[in-house]
Every structure is written in C-alpha cells, then in structure tokens.
Design a protein around this ligand. Structure first.
Ligand code: SF4
Length: 694
C-alpha cells in the first residue's frame, strides 16, 4: 500500500569514496525512493547498483533498538554511565594509553571530530585508529612524504580531461563504479587511452587499451622503470625539479631496477612506457592494490615520483589520484581520526601544532605522541595493555587481518563497548555494552569524497527505537567523564562550525586543510550547504594543488623518495599459493547493510575463490565444488570459481562474508597481519595459503 512520496531530500551515498549525491524521497508509509542527484558534481545523477538499492536496506530488520549490557536491555543513562565509569577508572589506574577507540571511515565527519577530540585532547592518548587504516593509510603516508601534507592534488574531472589514464591496483568498475562510468564516457568521446595494471583481469579491463598483468607486488619496480624512462627521454621538467628534493637519489634507485622483476613481456612494458611518457595529460589512479602491501607507502611514492619529476601534477588532466574505499575516509583524515595525526592535518609530533589545538579546545591533557595503529591496537588488546575498548561503526572481528585472533582479543578484553546499527554482528556479540546508533538516512553530518569534496548527509528518516547519533553518544560519555563544557553541542551543525574554526587555526600554521569560511555557519546554512571542495578560506578556494611547485614541507619543496622495490614474501611448500583479496560489485564490507537487499545478493550469492584452471586441475577441484583454504592464521571454506582471470598460483577471494562458526567464508580469518612499516597498513592482498578439496 504505497503512499504518495513527499519531497526529495538531497543527501550522499554511504558506500564508496566516489561520494555520489542521492535524492532520497521518504514515502509516507515508510521507506525511501532513491535517485541520483543530477546536481551533485561527483555523479551528475548517476548511481551504481549499490547506491540505487539503498531504499531496500533501510528497514528495521536486525536493527538494535535499545542499549544492552551483558545481553540484557538497559536504559541509556545506565549504559553511558557504565562506559564513562569504566573508562575513567581504567585511565585513573593504568593511564590514558590503557584505553582505545577503534572507529570507521563510515562515520560522519562530525562523529569523527568528537571521537578524536575526546581521545586526543581530553583522555590524553592518541589511541584512536580507524578501519581506514586497512584502506588508504599508505596513501596518507606517501602524500605526507612527498608533499609534506596529506593532500589529494587533483579532481575527478582530471580523469575526463586526461589523454591517458592509468589504473593501478584498482578495480574501478566494481569498486568505484560511477567514477568508472565517467571515465568510460570520456573515453568514448575523446579516445582516452586506458591502462589497467593488475595481476588479475578484472571488469575494469573491459575498457583497457592495455592490461598489464604484472607479477604481484612489482608495482614499485614498474614505476621505477617508468621514472628511469622519463629521465632517459629527457622529460624531467627542470623548472619543476628545482622545487624537489631527492631527485638524484630517486633516479639512482630507479636505474637499478630490473625489468624482469615485473614479470612483463618486453613489448608490454615498452607500450606502457611509451603511452605514459608520450601523454602529457596523464592521470595515475591507484587504490587498495597499491595501499594494501607491506611496502605500500613505497609503491605510492614510486607513482608520485613520476608525476613530480615531470611536473604532471595539479594541472587539468594530470596527476596522481588516490581513490579511497570508504565514504568518509577523507573526512576522518581531516579531523585526525588516525592514530598518527592531529586534527585538521596538523602533526601530533609538532609541539606548536599540539599547543594550538590544545589552546583551541581548552584541552586538559593532550596526546603528545602517536597512538597504536589498528593491527598493533588489537595486539595491545590481546596482551592486556588496552583494558577498555570502544568500537564504533565497524566490525573488526570480521574485517581485520587474522580475524580469529582479533575476535579472541576482543572477547578477552576487560571492557568492550560497541556502537552499531545492528546488535548481532560478529563484533557486537563480544561486547559488554552495545549501543544502538543511527545509520545512513537517520543522521545529519558531512562526508568528504576522494576529490576533497565535502557534502551533506541529511536525515530523511526518524531514528528507530532509542537509536542515537554517534557524535551525541560520544559527547554524552565525554560529559559524564567530567568535560561537559567541551562536549556541549546541540547539533551536528555546531560541531561542523567548531571544526571549521579549528581549521582556520591550522591554516594559520600552514595546514592545507582550511575551511574557515564556514567557521560561523548557522544551522540554516548548514541545512542548505551545497557540496564544495576544500580548502575554502580567505586565501584559497578549492581547485587543484601543487602546479605552482609549492609544497608543505618546511622548506616549501616537494620530495621524491628513493624506492628500492621489495618483492613480496616468498611462498613455502606448506603454503604454496598467494591469496589476493578484494571487493565484489554489489556488496559492501561485512554486508550488514547490502546483505538486506536480495537484489544485491543475486550478483554473487556466496563466498568464492577464483582459481586458475591449471591450479584447479592439479588440486582436483571441480567448478562449483568447495575448497578449504588454510593460512597460518585461519581457515575459510569457499566455492570454487575456475577462471583464467587470475594467474596460476594467485587465487582471489572477496572479503565480505561473515560468520564465526566453521565452515565459514570469512576471509579475514586467513589474512596475513604483516604491515607496511611506514603506514601501518596490513598487506591484505598477499597471504600465503594452502588449498584442498573440502
Ligand atoms: Fe555509492 Fe560509490 Fe555507487 Fe556512487 S559509485 S552510488 S558513492 S557506491
């Protein structure tokens, strides 16, 4: 009995980092009608299948409607008092570094801001990290090494203005579908050359002029070879290079790289070098295939080196471009939601930066050193250094590497609180206190997409049951811990204004992230806020970065990094296959939301393993049979999909499926927890496994 819709509300898709604008029309009888927002500059009305199915995921099925303590229903006051008391007692007894928050790239910026302020300025620890650590921490580290700041130089339209677009470690067709559609449309009209660099032949290869199925992990070698070729062809821009440190060291490392390490044929390699070097307008897009590596930061810098040396950066149609997996990974970076950053892109190790933030917040106890990054944080939970943990809007018992161990660590922690929309996730089941949080369509705030564009998410539906917004829950705990003045906002708009005012302080210290134009924003203007690119300040409005050769290192120069390519960890007789992982087109993360849409589950209905035909034959695994996959860390049972999209010895499995009861398709249980030493990001695309018929 559908009733006439009311007027559409402009909001933003909660899935990938493209950040598409959505028109959500509440139906009088409940639910939402979803359309793409024709006026949003990320998508101009387009939506992918996940975004267009959002209306099918907003029902009450599985929703947590009241707080729970030890499995029983509880009141909000009792639950909040308990969290505040347990955190305060733990801090009093064991110090501020004995507690931690593990948060999410799906929090809104306002939620993230409050969590970061509470942990870094009031508790006095930097033990707040986020699932974005698993997604793009290597990009952040690479940006900071090269530019002196975590700045994405370019814009989406660069992909449409380029003559050559290189996609490295990015299945854009499935993981950022609307950006892929924009690229495909531009290719139709202007004949853009598209190069896909990926050991796997993915759906993105449908529009590729060249697909380089390079040896897994050899991306840095490939871009070193490109840098050497840039030099050989005399393409180093002398004026731009005058503003760079490290050029000669980077060139020396590049010249020492052997073409054979890429596993590519001579002709393929030459074609790549020819296409990249002969196209001034070249964009190199990279994603998790680069970031999720034990040398991910070096791989990022090997890419950035090539754009810096040629000055092909920050101008229309040119530049390196990191696309983020999550809807608000960028917003989290801006507020300092990573354990090694302060708010507004300020540096936690810089005393002047710390003092400025402390003064602005009137904070009693500032963190003075970086906190624990995700993998190390859960190790500290395991060995008892972290005694109180609050997990917000994420499901680490499924999604962390070595997920069984992480789940055991959470189960053994003295005190665990979880805030989530759903009460029965693998992680929520392990918590002492579970708090019902509002989700997409029920809360107000902002997100930042991969091109630095800040957009509103708007409330379109009432909060179900007793669910509350994450920022409010955090602020209520902050107040109960004794800091009521600092956590006294009455709306998301007030938090946004405070964050914007702090960004003005940061801008005065040289931070790129400055949106101080919005420091005095009213609730009404926040309501009407249109998508905008940062920065927005008295001195700078949106646009691209670095074409002028001015960077954010203290000497104003950019920095090239000498990269010695690292081959991936060797395989053993015991674990002879290298497992690659990633997303599927129609599901998101641990499927708590997309799993509610039967339409989305029809595309790929169960956990599977892509296996090369010769591997399948050698293992006597028939198509659609079940394979048992073991790593040193855990086990998963997966449906065999025999395909030559993957190379021999390099199977692939998607990450989304959950379930702790064996047999399970929970691939996180298998994943090697080895991290990149610079970024702390796990090498989720390279786990040694053994495969047998189940
Ligand atoms: Fe949502 Fe990304 Fe699809 Fe856009 S491309 S509709 S942001 S999932």
């Amino acid at each position: 009995n559908m009733q006439a819709p009311t007027r559409p509300i402009r909001t933003t898709c909660p899935y990938c980092g493209v950040g598409c604008g959505v028109l959500a029309t509440p139906l009088a009888g409940g639910g939402l009608v979803i359309e793409g927002d024709p006026d949003h500059p990320a998508n101009f009305g387009r939506l992918c299948v996940k975004g267009s199915a959002l209306g099918e995921t907003v029902g009450l099925k599985g929703r947590l409607l009241t707080p729970r303590i030890d499995g029983r229903e509880a009141g909000w006051d009792e639950a909040l008092d308990l969290i505040a008391r347990r955190f305060s007692e733990t801090i009093a007894r064991h110090g501020p570094d004995s507690v931690a928050f593990y948060v999410s790239g799906q929090l809104l910026t306002e939620d993230y801001y409050v969590a970061n302020k509470l942990m870094k300025g009031f508790i006095g620890s930097a033990n707040i990290d986020t699932n974005s650590r698993l997604c793009m921490a290597s990009s952040v580290a690479g940006h900071r090494r090269a530019f002196g700041s975590d700045t994405v130089p370019g814009l989406y339209e660069d992909l449409e203005q380029a003559d050559c677009v290189v996609l490295v470690g990015s299945n854009l067709a499935w993981c950022h579908p609307v950006l892929y559609q924009r690229l495909a449309a531009a290719r139709e009209t202007r004949g853009t050359k598209v190069i896909v660099i990926d050991p796997r032949r993915t759906a993105t290869c449908d529009i590729a002029d060249l697909h380089l199925a390079l040896a897994p992990g050899s991306d840095a070698a490939l871009f070193n070879l490109l840098l050497a070729e840039i030099d050989r062809r005399g393409l180093i821009d002398p004026a731009f290079a005058a503003n760079l440190d490290g050029l000669s060291e980077a060139l020396t490392a590049a010249r020492a790289t052997l073409p054979s390490s890429t596993g590519l044929m001579h002709s393929e390699l030459q074609r790549f070098l020819q296409l990249w070097t002969s196209s001034e307008k070249v964009v190199t897009v990279y994603s998790q295939g680069i970031n999720q590596s034990d040398s991910g930061t070096d791989k990022v810098n090997a890419i950035l080196n090539c754009h810096l040396a040629t000055g092909r950066i920050g101008r229309p149609g040119m530049g390196p471009f990191s696309v983020t997996g999550q809807p608000n990974a960028m917003g989290g970076r801006e507020v300092g939601g990573l354990a090694n950053m302060l708010a507004c892109h300020l540096e936690i190790e810089n005393p002047a930066h710390r003092d400025a933030v402390q003064g602005f917040w009137a904070a009693p106890r500032m963190a003075s050193k970086p906190g624990l990054k995700a993998v190390d944080m859960f190790r500290a939970v395991e060995d008892g250094r972290i005694k109180a943990l609050w997990i917000i809007c994420t499901n680490p018992a499924v999604s962390m590497p070595e997920a069984d161990r992480v789940a055991r660590a959470i189960a053994g922690c003295d005190f665990v609180a979880v805030s989530d929309m759903f009460g029965d996730t693998d992680t929520a089941r392990l918590a002492h206190v579970v708090l019902p949080a509002t989700g997409w369509a029920e809360k107000d705030g902002t997100v930042t997409n991969s091109e630095r564009r800040i957009s509103r998410q708007r409330r379109t539906l009432a909060a179900p049951g007793q669910a509350r917004d994450d920022w409010r829950i955090l602020a209520e705990v902050g107040s109960r811990m004794g800091w009521s003045d600092a956590f006294a906002w009455s709306s998301a708009a007030e938090i946004f204004a405070e964050h914007a005012a702090l960004s003005g302080v940061a801008g005065a210290l040289g931070s790129d992230f400055d949106i101080s134009d919005y420091a005095g924003i009213t609730a009404q203007d926040y309501d009407r806020l249109q998508p905008f690119l940062w920065p927005q300040s008295a001195t700078r409005k949106g646009g691209r970065f670095f074409a002028d050769g001015r960077f954010h290192h203290p000497n104003g120069k950019g920095r090239m990094i000498a990269v010695a390519p690292m081959p991936p960890q060797p395989l053993s007789r015991e674990y002879p296959f290298r497992l690659n992982t990633g997303r599927v087109r129609d599901h998101w993360h641990t499927m708590t939301r997309t799993g509610l849409s039967p339409r989305l589950s029809r595309h790929l209905a169960e956990p599977y393993l892509e296996l090369h035909p010769e591997d399948a034959a050698a293992l006597s695994l028939a198509p659609a049979s079940l394979a048992q996959v073991d790593s040193p860390y855990g086990r998963a049972i997966l449906r065999v999909l025999v395909t030559d999209r993957v190379a021999r010895g390099h199977p692939f499995a998607p990450i989304h499926w959950t379930g702790q009861t064996a047999p399970s398709g929970r691939v996180g249980a298998l994943i090697d927890p080895t991290i990149d030493p610079v970024s702390g990001q796990p090498a989720s695309k390279s786990t040694a496994v053994v495969i047998r018929p189940f």
